[in-house]
Design a protein around this ligand. Structure first.
Ligand code: 5GP
Length: 121
């Protein structure tokens, strides 16, 4: 697996070196609006730890961070009032997925009918 890059853009956001439009923060997670939204609501949730991707996080993160991170994803969606109308979560892992930022992030999309999950190839 690729080594964690301490200077990736989300590491720099976590360190406060780059601003973000914060939605939520606790001991385990930070949530902020995507800079290039793909839906009326497009929020990213990232864990507070050096994990490249879902594979890295689920294999190596401690239990309290794993639990806290996934709880934060659900809470952010609820705080955004998306639980009832519905929302989509997505995490890209690796080259086939087109993951661009090598720090685990879960996308939360909502605010409209999102349609089918993937565009067919
Ligand atoms: P990926 O393709 O890695 O799953 O998604 C990366 C996401 O990060 C993209 O949706 C992109 O718009 C977003 N992004 C990249 N740079 C920044 C940034 O500096 N600030 C914010 N808020 N989002 C970013």
């Amino acid at each position: 697996m690729t080594a964690y890059d301490q200077n990736n853009i989300f590491a720099r956001i976590l360190r406060g070196e780059i601003p973000c439009k914060k939605v939520y923060e606790d001991d385990h997670a930070l949530a902020f609006h995507d800079i290039n939204p793909q839906a009326p609501i497009h929020v990213l949730v990232i864990p507070k730890g050096p994990y490249v991707s879902m594979a890295d996080f689920t294999a190596n993160a401690p239990d309290d961070l794993t639990l806290g991170f996934f709880r934060a994803v659900g809470k952010v969606a609820a705080d955004l009032e998306l639980t009832e109308p519905g929302y989509r979560i997505l995490a890209n892992h690796g080259p086939d997925s087109h993951q661009e930022v090598p720090h685990l992030h879960i996308h939360i999309f909502g605010g409209k009918r999102l349609g089918p999950m993937l565009v067919r190839a």
